[in-house]
Design a binder for this molecule. Structure first.
Ligand code: SF4
Ligand code: SF4
Length: 83
């Protein structure tokens, strides 16, 4: 016999997981274009970027939450989010 209570719980759990969106984006810099202005270092809320000589590198890409602030504010438009 079909257990309707179990079925209902199963559907609720499925709905719950469907509502969870996991962002797996990572910033990628075109280093040939980067001017080293440091805007990305200053603006990133998760401190993903670090200075490295004349350029800035996304060193903690796993901390990126995909907010796109660096992409929007990059002075050379050389940051892309991938993933
Ligand atoms: S998308 Fe947001 S969190 Fe990710 S590197 Fe850019 S500013 Fe930081
Ligand atoms: S904001 Fe853009 S140009 Fe400026 S350091 Fe970051 S990646 Fe380079």
């Amino acid at each position: 016999m079909l257990n309707y209570r179990f079925l209902l719980q199963y559907i609720l759990v499925l709905k719950l997981f469907k509502g969870i969106e996991i962002k797996m984006t990572k910033p990628v810099v075109d280093f040939g274009e980067c001017s080293g202005c440091g805007v990305c270092v200053d603006i990133c809320p998760n401190e993903v970027y670090e200075f490295d000589g004349d350029i800035c590198i996304p060193v903690r890409t796993n901390d990126c939450d995909g907010c796109e602030q660096c992409v929007d504010e990059c002075t050379m438009e050389c940051i892309e989010l991938k993933g």
